[in-house]
Ligand binder design. Sequence first.
Ligand SMILES: C[S@@+](CC[C@H](N)C(=O)[O-])C[C@H]1O[C@@H](n2cnc3c(N)ncnc32)[C@H](O)[C@@H]1O
Length: 275
Amino acid sequence: MSIKELLKDKLSGEELRLVRRSFEIIGNIVIVEIPDEIYHQKDLIVEAILKKHKNVKTILRKTGEVEGVYRVARYEIIYGNETETVVKEHGCRFLVDPTKVYYSVKLSGERERIARLVRDGERVLVIFAGVGPYAIVIARLANPAEVVGIELNPVAVEYFRKNVELNKVEEKVKVYEGDVKEVLPKLEGEFDRILMPSPYIAENFISAVRGKIRRGGIVHYYTFAGKEEEKEILPKRVVRLFREQGIDVELEHLRQCGHYAPYVYRYVLDLRVKS
Ligand SMILES: C[S@@+](CC[C@H](N)C(=O)[O-])C[C@H]1O[C@@H](n2cnc3c(N)ncnc32)[C@H](O)[C@@H]1O
């Protein structure tokens, strides 16, 4: 039974219309959006969620969109008090606190897709690594020589290090704390594959990966765009952005991997560096 159905006899028709159909579940934390107009009914909404999801420890009401350099949304605790949880994904476990770090369950399919592309012995770089989900899923599902992750948010770095231990990938995954523009120039050698999973700022970091991706290597570039741009405008624009920074790439694959705002979608472009 859906939350709306559970609330059918308790809220007015108008209030029921404002109850959001979907919510996000991160480990045993549920994230809901409750419009101000029905905030006075939050206890009934909490009760309905608890009836439907037995193992919920905390319910967070989203009060602000993902924002800032660390890409964290704002929340209000409306049930429980613990904001740290463990999420299971592709046989991995990730310790996260969504009130302090970025983590999205919705990207787990994309992480698996990338991991399946990684060949034995590859050296992989994940910039904007967050709490480590891409790096760790790649290390566990594929057989890379090394996966390097760079992350700026000190709290995310702390979780990233804990997650490396939790998933026993210390031998493969190296965690660096700091700004990609400062850390990356100090890393030696080239990578076979570079992931740029922050659509908001990836464009400003194309120059940073120059000289770090080998010829014939792959860059996974994430960006936001409208549906109408998908077929022609988007690939041309991104290839041009790379060329302007002295990296000659061709599009190997493009896919929509999420939804950001009305008419704005998240895309990933797999770009092959020309040899
Ligand atoms: C959209 S989140 C993606 C996190 C992770 N890739 C994931 O999917 O869970 C972007 C991340 O980039 C980090 N970040 C922002 N600017 C950065 C920079 N200049 N250098 C390194 N990391 C940065 C943020 O702190 C945030 O954790």
